[in-house]
Design a protein around this ligand. Structure first.
Ligand code: AVI
Length: 320
């Protein structure tokens, strides 16, 4: 149930990440073992995710970038000039300049929980757009954020690309959309990427690529547990699996035990029978209707929707 929640990072006295340990111990104790997907992103995991975005099978990044490149004049028309663009989780993305280039923004406010990412993103943007005021804010965007005074009176555009919303279960996604609405305020707009339901073969390939990069990304979580929590998980006996769950319209990542396993984490003993899995990620996929329903439940009214030429991915503009 707590799977795919994003919360503040919390380091205790002995340098162990307390929230990580609690999530892992709790998650491994459940009937269906499950660990929240946010723990996939340590340094190694973040690098592996960057590598995933270049893979032939992983279409979402290319599809969304195509929309941003090709449909800019339509965005500009629908959004209008003079907005402060507030990016939720500003990573190191190439997508932001594509948007900023088109819409004549008044300011750019990258929000990120990681100060390092934030400074890197702000510096890169500052070089590309020397005349654009940039106000980085180090914050957990799962909670309401106080925007900088300088942009308080401007109309806001939230930007949440990548279909990251799909990594949350609907209840958490709705909470986040409502929180974003509180952060951005009346009269604001939101431009959000949402990946589309499609042939399960295409989806499973996107999450189980031929080079095994996604497998490494998933297995890195078990390695991280061993590294940071004194774990003895026999990683060589786990296999990466991507599964389409049609009832919930999501791709799930699992680590499947290849034998009966017996291991320790943070001094506690766990067992897995051969074939049993640890569920490590959900990536929900949307239809036109399900994306609109989710946005409406979160307090946003969809006003425009763009797809890439292969109709694999959607970017939706909504208003508060
Ligand atoms: C970050 N997020 C949108 C990616 C996705 O597609 O759900 C994470 C990912 N997991 C495996 N491949 C990519």
């Amino acid at each position: 149930p707590a799977n795919n929640d994003l919360r503040l990072v919390d380091i205790d006295d002995d340098g162990v990440n307390r929230a990580f340990r609690e999530d892992v111990l709790q998650g491994l104790s459940e009937e269906q073992k499950a660990i929240p997907a946010r723990w996939l992103y340590d340094d190694a995991g973040s690098q592996l995710f960057e590598d995933i975005t270049d893979l032939a099978e992983y279409y979402p990044t290319r599809a969304e970038t195509e929309i941003l490149r090709e449909r800019g004049s339509e965005f500009a028309e629908a959004i209008g000039p003079g907005r402060a663009v507030v990016e939720f989780g500003s990573g190191s993305s190439v997508k932001t300049p594509l948007l900023l280039n088109q819409i004549e923004p008044a300011a750019y406010v990258p929000l990120d929980i990681s100060g390092d990412f934030l400074r890197a993103a702000a510096d890169a943007l500052g070089r590309k757009f020397p005349d654009l005021p940039v106000y980085p804010v180090e914050a957990d965007f799962m909670r309401r954020v106080e925007l900088p005074e300088a942009v308080a009176d401007m109309p806001h555009l939230g930007f949440f690309p990548g279909s990251t919303i799909g990594n949350m279960v609907p209840r958490t996604a709705v909470d986040l959309l409502r929180t974003m609405r509180e952060t951005l305020g009346e009269g604001s707009m939101l431009l959000i990427g949402m990946d589309l339901v499609k042939d399960p073969k295409v989806l499973e390939a996107a999450y189980d690529d031929g080079k095994g990069v996604t497998g490494e990304f998933n297995l890195n979580l078990a390695r991280r547990i061993n590294r940071e929590l004194g774990g003895t998980i026999p990683v060589e006996h786990l296999r990466h699996e991507a599964r389409w769950n049609d009832d919930f319209a999501r791709v799930e990542m699992h680590l499947v035990a290849q034998a009966d396993l017996d291991f320790e984490v943070a001094g506690k003993r766990f067992t897995m029978s051969a074939g049993e899995t640890i569920h490590t990620e959900n990536s929900h996929k949307f239809t036109r209707r399900s994306s609109h329903t989710l946005l409406l439940a979160g307090g946003w009214t969809p006003v425009a929707r763009w797809l890439d030429s292969a109709e694999q991915f959607s970017l939706i503009l909504a208003e508060a």
